[in-house]
Structures are given as structure tokens and as C-alpha cells.
Design a protein around this ligand. Structure first.
Ligand SMILES: [Zn+2]
Length: 380
């Protein structure tokens, strides 16, 4: 049971860590709410030794400028990047080398197809789509594998993070792209690779390079082999890198999944710690330039939203679905059932009623709407 510091309301749908209800985030004086939200996120980040906000060193002390994501960290000698992957002191001591184009902090494993990926309801691994150009199977690809490429680090600070282990990594998680590419290509049952995390943005150059090395090796060894590459991300990446990923996904028969966590700016800051501006801009840019270029059967990208009880309700879904539909109502959209995790373990699983209402709302705007991880659906 959480209490809102501002209106005094007590409810099991108010996060104990955030201590502010949805109505107050949206309607109360933002000059009062904003510092509270910032202090909550700072406190949470200190616990895991991450900087309170993206560091912006002065010109005389700059050691590194990183511009792979919206945070555009500028580090001085004792700074750590917002994502945690670039720590100048730990780099100098040899404890934590920087990731680069040719090496990244990654946990890779194989997952039987069709996986529980949010896009398996329309991709070649989970459906007959893409046969014969992007898949050798005219049904779901049973007996094949997806290479799950879990990338450490994240450019957001979602209090409900469903994969918070991305914050715990060491030198042992650093792998050369060349070594990984060889391992992946060697297993002929792997038909696709999906980057997720954390989020791929802080290591986009690595993810692109690994993808290109895999494709080059396949091209040399077996031109007929199908190998799709997908990205699942929060959308905060630099425009040219994001576009490069989209092109690789399109050419290989893969797709890109955007986490559209909220549409409202204030709600996004409250739940995720940073702005959603870049995410919405990148989504719009890619959708306007690439969606539909491969034909109707193979959607190039999708959006998805986690239905956080008390915060991401049908009103928020309406704003997101409307945003997507104004670009193109054919873009696939998934609603995901929430389970308590990370700093929001006190919130219940998305109630069935909320999920149904969100689903109904999204369907008013979009033609392809899907409800993911239904098995979690709770009643209370
Ligand atoms: Zn309140």
C-alpha cells in the first residue's frame, strides 16, 4: 500500500518508492512534483552506484564524450556514464574496459523458436510469414533457435525495469565481436538474433558491427542460409545508428521493437527518469521512412507498452495508440502484462480489467493489436 505525498491518497496502485499518484504527476504543480521525482530517481541510482543524471563535464576536464544515446554524457576523470558502461576510473584501473565497436558487454544464449519475443506473433520464427525469402519454413520455425543477445547497460532508469540484471556486469561479460560471430555462425540451427537488454543503445556500434560480421561470414560460407537480425530497444539512440539498425533488420527479414513506455512527458520522467522525446521522434522517423517498404506480410517495426497498474492505463494507451495511428494504423502494437519487479515490486500484476480496457482502446486506433504475456493476467 503506497501513499501519495501530495494528495495523501493511500492505494495499492501507488508505488511505495515513487510516492506520488498518477493524478498528482499529471495535474499538480510540476515545479513541486519534478524535484520530488528527481530525488526518487537519484536515490534509486545511488544504490547501484550510477550517476544521478547524465554527467556534463566542463571543457577543461573532458575525458570522453559519448553520443550514442539521448543522454550525450560528457565525462571527466571521476565520472561514470548514465548507462554505467563507461567508468573512467575503472577503465584506468583495468577493472572495466570501455565497450567499443569490436567488443561489448553481453550475455548471449540460445532460445528455442518460436521464442516469447513480443513480435513472434508476426515474424518468420513464429508464423508462416517471410517464407521462402527470409525463412526456410512455411510454418513456425520449430527445431531452430534464436540467439538472444542481452546487452548490459541502459539509457533509462525505469522503476519497473523487468530486466534489472543489466546493471550488474563485470569484465567477464566483455566479449569480442569476432569470437561471438564465429560461435553464432557455427551453429547452423540459429536462424535469427535479437538484441535486447538493458537496451542496445549504449552499445549500438558494437551491435551493428557484430551483425555485419555474422552476415559477412554467412555470405562467404552459405549464401542460402537465412539469418534475421532484430533489435528490441527503448528508442533513445542516435539517429544515424538507429537508421543503420533498421536497414540491417529490413534486409535480413528482422524487425525493430520500440518500447513506448508512455506518451505523456511527465509520466515518462516519473517512471523512467529521462525524457521520451527522442524515442517518439525515432519511432516516427523510422515508421515514416521504412514501415511498409517490405510489403504487408512482413512489418518492419512495432511498438509495445507495459501496462503498469496505477500509472499506464487506457488513457495513456489511447495517447500512444493515437500517436502510432497518425503515422500508420497498420503498425503492430503489443500491450504487455506487468509483474512487480525492481523498484515496483509492491504493485500488483496488471488486472484483467485494465488489460481488457487497454486492448479495446488500442483497437479503436490500430489494426494490429496483440496482448503479450497473457499468462500473467491477474485478478484482484
Ligand atoms: Zn496524489
Amino acid at each position: 500500500m503506497g501513499t501519495c505525498k501530495f494528495c495523501g491518497k493511500e492505494d495499492r496502485l501507488i508505488s511505495e518508492v515513487l510516492q506520488v499518484c498518477r493524478a498528482c504527476i499529471l495535474n499538480e504543480d510540476w515545479e513541486i512534483i519534478k524535484p520530488h521525482i528527481f530525488s526518487v530517481h537519484s536515490g534509486v541510482r545511488k544504490l547501484v552506484e550510477l550517476p544521478e543524471k547524465p554527467p556534463k563535464a566542463e571543457s577543461s576536464s573532458i575525458k570522453l564524450k559519448c553520443n550514442y544515446c539521448i543522454n550525450e554524457c560528457i565525462l571527466s576523470a571521476d565520472d561514470v556514464s548514465y548507462c554505467g558502461l563507461r567508468n573512467i576510473q575503472k577503465k584506468n584501473s583495468g577493472e572495466l574496459p570501455f565497450p567499443s565497436k569490436s567488443r561489448g558487454y553481453i550475455h548471449g544464449y540460445i532460445d528455442a523458436n518460436p521464442t516469447n519475443c513480443c513480435n513472434s506473433w508476426f515474424c518468420p520464427a513464429g508464423t508462416p510469414a517471410g517464407y521462402p525469402k527470409y525463412s526456410d519454413s512455411d510454418s513456425p520455425e520449430y527445431g531452430t533457435y534464436s540467439y538472444a543477445a542481452f546487452l548490459y547497460g541502459c539509457s533509462k532508469n525505469c522503476l519497473f525495469c523487468q530486466n534489472s540484471s543489466h546493471k550488474q556486469f563485470s569484465k567477464r561479460n566483455l566479449f569480442e565481436s569476432e569470437t561471438l560471430a564465429n560461435q553464432i555462425v557455427k551453429n547452423e540451427k540459429i536462424t535469427c538474433l535479437c538484441y535486447f537488454g538493458g537496451t542496445p543503445e549504449p552499445q549500438l556500434p558494437f551491435s551493428i558491427n557484430l551483425a555485419e560480421q555474422i552476415l559477412e561470414k554467412i555470405e562467404k560460407q552459405d549464401k542460402k542460409r537465412k539469418f534475421r537480425i532484430c533489435w528490441e530497444w527503448n528508442g533513445t539512440g542516435r539517429r544515424d545508428l538507429v537508421e543503420k539498425c533498421m536497414q540491417i533488420a529490413i534486409n535480413t527479414g528482422g524487425n525493430i521493437k520500440f518500447d513506448l513506455k508512455s506518451f505523456n512527458k511527465k509520466l515518462n520522467l516519473a517512471l523512467c527518469g529521462i525524457s521520451n522525446r527522442r524515442t517518439l521522434e525515432n519511432f516516427k522517423f523510422l515508421a515514416e521512412n521504412y514501415f511498409g517498404t517490405r510489403g504487408k506480410e512482413m512489418p518492419e517495426m512495432s511498438g509495445c507498452t507495459l501496462m503498469v497498474p496505477g500509472y499506464i492505463n487506457h488513457e495513456e494507451v489511447e495517447l500512444i495508440a493515437n500517436f502510432i495511428s497518425e503515422i500508420n494504423p497498420e503498425i503492430p502494437y503489443s500491450l504487455l502484462v506487468f509483474h512487480g519487479d525492481y523498484q515496483m515490486r509492491d504493485l500488483p500484476i496488471t488486472p484483467k480489467k485494465q488489460a481488457e480496457k487497454c486492448l479495446k482502446t488500442a483497437k479503436k486506433f490500430l489494426k494490429q493489436v496483440h496482448l503479450g504475456n497473457k499468462f500473467l493476467l491477474g485478478f484482484y
